[in-house]
Design a protein around this ligand. Sequence first.
Ligand code: SF4
Length: 371
Amino acid sequence: MDSVPSLELKPLIGLSKDQLLAILVGVPKFRATQIWNWIYFQGVASFDQMTNLPKDLREKLKENYSIERPQISNHQKSMDGTQKWLLKFPDGQEIETVFIPEDSRGTLCVSSQVGCTLTCKFCHTGTQLLVRNLTAAEIVAQVMVARDLLEDWPTKTENRKLTNIVFMGMGEPLYNYENVAQALKIIMDEDGLWFSKKRITLSTSGVVPMIEQCGKELGVNLAISLHAPNDDLRTKIIPLNNKYPLKELIDVCRNYPGTEKGQRITFEYVMLKDVNDSESHARELIRLIKGIPSKINLIPFNPWPGSGFERSTSARIKEFSALLEKAGYASPIRRPRGEDILAACGQLKSESKRVVKHKRDPFDFEKANIS
Ligand code: SF4
């Protein structure tokens, strides 16, 4: 098992270019650029590998700074090729990161928080109280660890194993916006990891005030964890809906930068048997998102211990999809990935805890079955 990175050395990963230059007092700008390139383009994990730096500079860097990755506490590989890593940070907190290989792309699902403040009823992470936000460094490190393990360095222009990034792991990214934004700017930097914003999707449960800023500042694809077509039902599944009801959420989606040019918003819709999967729910959904360039990802519910939900039948999901398609919306049915290692959508969780015991409201099927 890898060693836990030291708390004493200052981490360089996660600093912006300006911050890197500022922290490396006395180091000329071109040397800072070389260091940036070694870290994010070449992906080296030790200062000794930075062979175009003078030896005394490398020694100074080693004495004061760190470019170590977090410890990999556990690594699981699913029968379908999905991989899940449990990463441990120097303070002992842990999060999960998942890599999903497909024929034409490889997607990394990254976490933005240890635990989550929200309690979306279908989500395993939602049973774990928020422990803390991840730093920009800890978010960027997830991408770097994946590239290490996939042997995907240096940054390539083609034939990458890791091609896409989605913020759909543990946590609500828009409740940790500052760190997520800083991490994304590093991830998108052309002199380093260089992921196009077109290949990055940020998924939110609907933190309305931050969505517009995210679009303007970062321009990444937006996915909305929607899961219900009306306020009554959505509030039961996603309590945050009480604070930011559908009208506000849909309005902000309508105005998300890029939609005027046809850039699509993704609406995620988990298929919960007898909860949100009827024909009238589908029709209501079509009315709700009318006029927004969008696609709807239908996600067969992925069970986890004690969830209390069941997955809609395949026939029901297909009928639901057909109704949406007929109305002109692409509505692919997501193939569950990594279920055997609890790596599928909504299944992530780590053992990191806050002291307070989490009380979860039971989900009331009777009351929820509102069409
Ligand atoms: S779906 Fe996302 S926002 Fe909701 S509880 Fe799970 S991790 Fe948190």
